[in-house]
Design a protein around this ligand. Sequence first.
Ligand SMILES: [Zn+2]
Ligand SMILES: [Zn+2]
Length: 447
Amino acid sequence: MAFFKCVNMLIIIFIFFLCATPIFSDSSSTNSKDHLAIPKLLELAKEPQVFDWMVDIRRKIHENPEVGYEEFETSKLIRTKLDELGVPYKHPVVVTGVIGYIGTGLPPFVALRAEMDALLMQELVEWEHKSKVPGKMHGCGHDAHVAMLLGAAKILKEHEKELQGTIVLVFQPAEEGGAGAKKILDAGALENVSAIFGLHVGPNIPLGEVASRSGPMLAGGGFFKAVIRGKGGHAANPQHAIDPILAASNVIVSLQHIVSREADPLETQVVTVGNIQGGGAVNVIPDSVTIGGTFRAFLRESLTQLRHRIEQVIIGQAAVHRCNATVSFLDDKIPSVPPTINNDSLHDYFQSVAGSLLGIDKVKGHHLLMGSEDFAFYQEAMPGYVFIVGMEDVSVERLRSWHSPYFKVNEDVFPYGAALHISLATRYLAKLNQEVPAEDGKYHDEL
Ligand SMILES: [Zn+2]
Ligand SMILES: [Zn+2]
């Protein structure tokens, strides 16, 4: 009997210590026990019941890629997994979007974002889980993003009682040109969220490292299409025609002068005409020519100015050649995206959290990227931070870049992504609670 009492006492002491060492502890605390908790998180995410679970989810999504606003099966799989975990969610939010909640259900709210959409491209990687849908591929790693956020959810749910607020899991549709982020915000799904974090897998950054920067990270951009109309006729009698091909040629050359002659040489901007269609015969002047292209910049004002000047130059230069031009910025089909600008204080916060998880030597800066990312819409609405999680292991292979038909994901990145999600969100909730107690009314208690 005494022996059993002794065992009971030992169990009580053991449980006490388990409870006393929360896994989501803040390394800014002086408690030395807390410093041990953060690396444990990575180990936890590497355990087979989490790692294999993430790999299985990612491979299922990879085999069945779905493009923007058509992520029905992906969304269903996410909801099935959230149901298994007992995580409540809202659905549908913007067609296929799913918003999950883990924590107290009360403020503060911190969001983590994963995109769900694939690309219209043919996968050329030959492997067991190759895309089964011709002409569609997860060539940007969004399948991995969904798997890592679900992996984070699995661990978070098991430690839900330790959370000091609510973590909002944003499974977002249509990042690739569909501005899904903007629609999630327009739907009012994130109104009282205090901050949002997003990650992107990086094929050319070593596994175990992360990279980001403060301020501008990715360019903002938009697209345009113009129809230049003249008057068709015989190529041998140009005097009876109005030649839209010559007009289009001068329009394209003049568009190149906007950046080279009007933009500050110290500021990065791009205007590219990537599409031209006009004429069908070598001896006919056509009625019209269509051109299309894109423009990029790192400042919102510069994007507005580029948009204004592109329209002016096309119409003006067409008029020089007696042509009419109409310009569309395709806002309904491929909406413009603002520049992705990382919040300065979140950058400091990220460095501290990622540094304690991975080691400060693994937290690197990143150069500006001319591509764009609809995470920028969230950053216009609330403090937001996006970063790249490295997945290249050169001892195995060099990885191709995003949107390559040979793009591959090194699944060993999953524990890093999941652990970063968890530590960024949980410690931010703790930080918010330290700064402003929820009782003082700063936070709204509805999402
Ligand atoms: Zn992409
Ligand atoms: Zn992407």
